[in-house]
Write a protein that binds this ligand. Structure first.
Ligand SMILES: Cc1ncc(C[n+]2csc(CCOP(=O)(O)OP(=O)(O)O)c2C)c(N)n1
Ligand SMILES: [Mg+2]
Length: 762
């Protein structure tokens, strides 16, 4: 049997299993809820040929693949046929603890190289993965890595973050990237608008990619090349997407008429004559002969692209959604499932014996033999032995008045003098200097795959923009999706490439929401990184309105996979950042989100550095002002506990002073991480209970932060005491800091007032 005949037999098996897995999950497996389980038979079949060509011919051991999310059943079928999943695993599609609906590295890391799901995000993070691997080779040597192959749906390209990534200059330098677009002309509930393919091609071309297309199969191309065949090509290529989809749905006998009847109702005689020798059945088959199901074309294309190239490549492969299934081409087939009758028919057509539905390739068969001879699929190397030593503190001092943002810059500056700094890579979306990375960049340079001349080299500049493959900062354009997806890719370097990278991204805190779903995807994909979001809150006073981040503390607390920090003092920033970096280096723990500020903070308010202080900072809170020892302190009459985060800590300290004058004795707790404190409530003995002494039972709580009040509103309930939760629960606005703190009720006076209300002495 020829290789192509063999691949054809294999793709039929993939089509069968991919379809049957979904059928089993929906109709055969016990279903206690009676709710449709789902799974995408049409989207899977659309790339059955492509996946077959890839996984049974073109893939090399160091190629990484991001598979179109809705084709996961076909992908799992292939993993089974390649011996990487059991039939039992296939029967667990979408079941608890089983194979995920969409390829998930976090949940099914044995078979999934790169997570996909939310349209556009997985594809772009995978593409930035190629940048990460280039970066690793440029910094730590070793072989050029394999290709990153990204399969996307045609409608997936509607997601704006794809365009944002294509626009990024550095992406056009990634020669080891291959995208394959599954052009089935269908989206979810709609047919892709005409002209979209042309726009998309133009977009990739404009971005500097090598663009090719597999539009028609060889059979149809042969027909076009025959005498007069051009006429049919013209007819097929000028028809609308809906008209073509309709053609696929017509019974064979009606296809000819649909082709030759003109818009005016006449007959295109030339075309009619051209088709006269072709039977109805052959004609129906002919018009459906698209390039994305032609195995030879696919194999040739996949093997030729990405060999020797200086830029990324994209193949637009025309396919049929529902290929080989009775729902082929139906514009509503995205969520359709085959009936039992249709499954029985498909089984017969594909030559699957009843009772042998889950069989793989028979031992000794040519298929099994082929699989045996194929090179292995990608397996991540063990993390490199070179250990990265991150100290737990630095020999750094902070000015008497220092903002947490400035402290961040200083910590990086101090780190840059250590050997471990070689593993650090910083990323910013056009705000590197304004987020205090200038010192770091001056010392470490900017990364670009080729060295570029610094046009300002002979002109005095506060920041030296030296671009070279040795640089350690990557500056992106203003697209926070790109920022988080690149961080996501860099932060997977240890797990995927075996080389730890300590990735730190900076952006303005108000724009965390701008990239939030990318951040969510990056975290879900299993990546670990640090985000320094600065400045933040209404403390960013003159900037006003939507330039002030109000809801980010709530987001920080809610996001899984990342610890949210809101530190006050320079030393705290240092300890938190170092601890986070150590976690990244060791491949443990979670990502870190440091919400920082430009408000100068009097560092003399801080406790003297000590191991206990550091430990408490990392646990999420500590007692800064202890009122318990003050004469006359009485939990029942005059005591109050103030919990303050970040920039509001000095306000709380001032409030405590003012309250003392009025006979109210306030302890102040600085909350370095509302997130840690909140999550700690689930511990057998919550840290909060250690923090607040038994003698303080019943003492009311005032909480305050420069952000929505609910981020600390749990404390009173957790302690079983009344609470006044202060914070910013509205949009920001312009003004001086004092005006805004007063207006939103987060200044010392508001804290004191809240305390007084609780103690009962209004
Ligand atoms: C961000 C996001 N929005 C919406 C969806 C819901 N959705 C799932 S598939 C789909 C259409 C996908 O069309 P296409 O990319 O062409 O894939 P295919 O036709 O191969 O199924 C949509 C809108 C999603 N998964 N992600
Ligand atoms: Mg589509």
């Amino acid at each position: 049997m020829s290789r192509l005949e063999l691949l054809d037999r294999i793709q039929k098996k993939v089509l069968w299993l991919g379809t049957y897995i979904v059928h089993h999950a929906n109709s055969l497996r016990p279903n206690p809820d009676g709710v449709k389980v789902g799974g995408h038979q049409a989207s899977s079949s659309s790339i059955v040929s492509l996946l077959t060509a890839l996984y049974f011919d073109a893939l090399r051991p160091d190629d990484l693949v991001a598979v179109k999310a809705h084709a996961s059943p076909a992908f799992y079928a292939i993993q089974y046929l390649r011996g990487r999943l059991t039939a039992e695993a296939l029967r667990g599609l979408r079941a608890f603890g089983g194979l995920q609906a969409y390829p998930s590295r976090r949940k099914n890391a044995d078979v999934v190289d790169l997570s996909t799901g939310s349209m556009g995000l997985g594809a772009v993070q995978a593409t930035f993965g190629a940048l990460a691997s280039r970066y690793v080779v440029d910094h730590f040597g070793g072989e050029r890595r394999g290709r990153v192959i990204v399969i996307v749906g045609d409608a997936e390209l509607d997601e704006g973050n794809v365009a944002e990534a294509l626009a990024e200059e550095i992406v056009a330098r990634l020669s080891n990237v291959l995208w394959i677009v599954d052009v089935n002309r269908q989206s979810l509930d709609r047919v892709v608008p005409d002209g979209r393919l042309r726009q998309m091609r133009a977009m990739f071309e404009a971005a500097g990619w090598r663009v090719s297309e597999l539009r028609w199969g060889r059979k149809l191309q042969g027909f076009f090349d025959g005498r007069g065949g051009e006429r049919l090509r013209e007819r097929l290529q000028t028809m609308t997407n809906t008209e073509y989809q309709r053609l696929l749905r017509l019974p064979p006998g009606a296809v000819r008429k649909a082709l030759v009847v003109t818009e005016a109702g006449g007959i295109d005689r030339t075309l009619d004559r051209l088709l006269s020798d072709t039977s109805d059945a052959a004609l129906a088959e002919l018009v459906a002969d698209v390039g994305g199901h032609d195995l030879r074309l696919l194999v040739e294309a996949l093997n030729s692209v990405g060999q020797v190239s200086d830029r990324p490549a994209v193949i637009f492969a025309s396919t049929i959604k529902g290929w080989g299934l009775p729902l082929a081409g139906d514009p509503l087939n995205h969520t359709m499932l085959l009936t039992q009758g249709q499954i029985d028919e498909l089984r017969a057509t594909l030559g699957i014996e009843e009772g042998r539905e889950w069989d793989g390739f028979a031992p000794g068969s040519e298929e099994a033999d082929l699989v045996h001879r194929l090179p292995p699929l990608f397996a991540p190397p063990a993390p490199s032995a070179s250990s990265v030593e991150i100290p737990s503190e630095l020999d750094e001092s902070y000015p008497a008045e220092c903002s947490s943002q400035e402290a961040f810059g200083r910590v990086l500056g101090a780190l840059s003098r250590l050997a471990a700094a070689e593993r650090i890579v910083t990323v910013s979306a056009d705000v590197a200097v304004t987020t205090h990375l200038a010192g770091w960049i001056n010392r470490k340079g900017v990364y670009y795959p080729e060295a570029r001349r610094n046009p300002f080299a002979d002109v005095p500049q506060a920041v030296q923009w030296k671009e070279s493959p040795a640089g350690q900062h990557i500056e992106l354009g203003i697209a926070e999706h790109n920022l988080f997806l690149l961080l996501g890719a860099l932060g997977l370097s240890r797990d995927i490439l075996g080389e730890p990278l300590l990735a730190i991204g900076t952006l303005y805190d108000p724009f965390v929401t701008r990239g939030l779903d990318a951040l969510y995807h990056a975290l879900y994909s299993g990546s670990r990184f640090v985000v320094a979001a600065t400045p933040s809150g209404v403390t960013l006073s003159p900037e006003g309105g939507a330039h002030q981040s109000v809801i980010t503390p709530g987001i920080g607390v809610a996001l899984p996979g990342i610890v949210f920090w809101d530190p006050t003092f320079g030393r705290e920033v240092e300890w938190i950042l170092l601890d986070a970096l150590r976690g990244l280096a060791e491949g443990r723990g979670e990502s870190a989100y440091l919400r920082l500020s430009t408000r100068p903070i009097d560092q003399s308010l801080a406790l003297p550095p000590s191991p206990a202080y550091r430990e408490d900072v990392l646990r999420g809170a500590y007692r800064l002002v202890d009122a318990r020892a003050e004469p006359g302190w009485d939990p029942e009459t005059n005591a109050v506990n103030v919990f303050a985060a970040g920039v509001t800590v000095p306000e709380a300290v001032a409030a405590a002073r003012a309250l003392r004058e009025r006979g109210i004795l306030a302890s102040v707790f600085a909350v370095t991480s509302p997130d840690r404190l909140y999550r700690g409530l689930r511990a057998p003995r919550p840290y909060l209970e250690d923090l607040v002494g038994a003698e303080e039972e019943g003492v009311s709580v005032v909480s305050v932060l420069d952000g929505h009040s609910h981020a600390l509103a749990f404390i009173g309930a957790a302690l079983g005491v009344p609470q006044q939760a202060l914070g910013v629960d509205d949009f920001g606005q312009s003004g001086a800091r004092g005006d805004l703190y007063r207006h939103y009720g987060i200044d010392a006076a508001a804290i004191a007032q809240a305390a007084q209300v609780l103690v009962g002495g209004v």
